[in-house]
Design a protein around this ligand. Structure first.
Ligand SMILES: NC(=O)c1ccc[n+]([C@@H]2O[C@H](COP(=O)([O-])OP(=O)(O)OC[C@H]3O[C@@H](n4cnc5c(N)ncnc54)[C@H](O)[C@@H]3O)[C@@H](O)[C@H]2O)c1
Length: 382
């Protein structure tokens, strides 16, 4: 079995969520990293005995590296994919793919010209319950998908943020950051092309002046449609509808209400962000998850059944009654991302989440912002 050498561009929060999977899976090895934060580089050397670099350009030139995992802030994704492709390295890029469709097109072109693979993830459309529900839909036994309902109420806006994460033109807010997951999940389950978007978004807290909430209707070319509702205002928590299992697949304590808001109110935001980040003084290794990750309640309404992907089962409600398909507990965290990466890089299999796929998700996120701004339906050109 071939082992893929991973070079990490950006040792922040996203990396800390992928790292346990990379570390546990023998198909990949964390060999090198680049980040401007010395404490993150030091921790990487001590955790993985890897080589570290002050710049992504130097990282891309490292001969041990086969794949650059681009987990830098969004505004660097396009440039870091270009640097990777120039050195003949494949790229795994965090969501959202980039800030504009022009950037996405440049990334796709750079990968194609260098004959390297470009995969965009993690997003929650990689979660096993979503992929398993997609297989059920594709089996045809429940009829065609007619409608998908997705909602998620979280504390997203009150987690410690970099300044640009609170500024929409620089990629901040719930649409760029959270719709990137929800739209990906819905598209994966719909299996159809989005034709139009009508949305409204809300920015209700002047101290965090970016979208914290949105509501959106997406129409698809097969006549199906989907409603997406999101609030990151740290009030109601829709994990209550997921048996109090949180996004990362761990049991949650309902009595810990308002924790994010309280922590933010009592600290300097940048100090808190840095302290909790990889290499920081308060960095905590993610605990092992007993359940699959998720992005809130999802209901897929097919002609003859409603399907609900949940963190440990898929619930099926049809004319005969209500039943569940159990899902085996997760092994390696986010292994689905590594499966897709390995299959693409080593076995030459076309990835589900390629550049075109992720650009189409960004196009819908941009349409959500525009529809809200212009109070009109936005049609998505073919
Ligand atoms: N899939 C997920 O679950 C998930 C979760 C969090 C973030 N993300 C995505 O990951 C990306 C990073 O977000 P984050 O929350 O990890 O941010 P972060 O601020 O926690 O981490 C970013 C890291 O990149 C480093 N960095 C900044 N500029 C750099 C440069 N030019 N070269 C190399 N390193 C540089 C920073 O020092 C920091 O360590 C974003 O695109 C975000 O949307 C995805």
């Amino acid at each position: 079995m071939r082992t893929i050498g991973i070079g990490v561009a950006g040792l922040g929060r996203a990396f800390s969520l992928m790292a346990p999977g990379f570390a546990a899976d023998a198909r990949v090895r964390l060999v090198a990293a680049a980040d401007p934060r010395p404490e993150a580089l030091q921790r990487f050397r001590s955790d993985f005995s890897g080589t570290t670099y002050p710049s992504v350009e130097q990282l891309c030139a490292d001969p041990q590296v086969d794949v650059i995992y681009v987990s830098t802030p969004h505004q660097f994704h396009a440039e870091h994919v270009r640097l990777a492709a120039r050195q003949g390295k494949h790229a795994l890029v965090e969501k959202p793919m980039a800030l504009s469709l022009d950037e996405c097109r440049a990334m796709i072109r750079a990968a194609r010209e260098a004959n390297v693979r470009l995969i965009v993830g993690h997003s929650h459309s990689f979660d096993l319950p979503i992929l398993a529900t997609r297989k059920l839909v594709e089996s045809g036994q429940f009829g065609r998908v007619r409608m998908i309902t997705a909602l998620n109420f979280t504390d997203y806006l009150y987690r410690p943020r970099r300044p640009e994460e609170l500024d929409t033109p620089r990629g901040g807010g719930a649409v760029f950051n959270q719709a990137a997951h929800q739209v990906d999940v819905v598209r994966m389950l719909a299996g159809a092309r989005a034709t139009s978007v009508r949305a409204s978004s809300g920015a209700w807290d002047a101290s965090r002046p970016t979208e914290g909430a949105y509501s959106c209707l997406i129409n698809f070319d097969d006549g199906s449609f989907s409603t997406l509702v999101y609030s990151g205002y740290a009030h109601f928590d829709s994990d209550e509808f997921m048996d109090w299992i949180g996004e990362m697949g761990r049991k949650k304590d309902p009595s810990a209400y308002g924790g994010a808001r309280k922590a933010l109110a009592s600290s300097d935001e940048q100090l808190l962000k840095n302290a909790r980040n990889y290499g920081g003084s308060e960095f905590a290794e993610p605990a092992r998850a007993a359940f699959h990750q998720h992005f809130g309640p999802i209901i897929v309404s097919c002609e003859r059944a409603d399907l609900r992907p949940l963190p440990y089962r898929i619930e099926i409600c049809d004319d005969a009654g209500r039943r569940s398909i159990a899902l085996a507990p997760p092994g390696i965290p986010r292994v689905e991302v590594i499966d897709e990466l390995y299959a693409a890089v080593v076995e030459g299999k076309p990835p589900l989440h390629d550049g075109e796929w992720a650009a189409a998700t960004l196009e819908i996120c941009l349409a959500i912002l525009r529809s809200s701004r212009e109070s009109k339906e936005i049609f998505i050109a073919r």
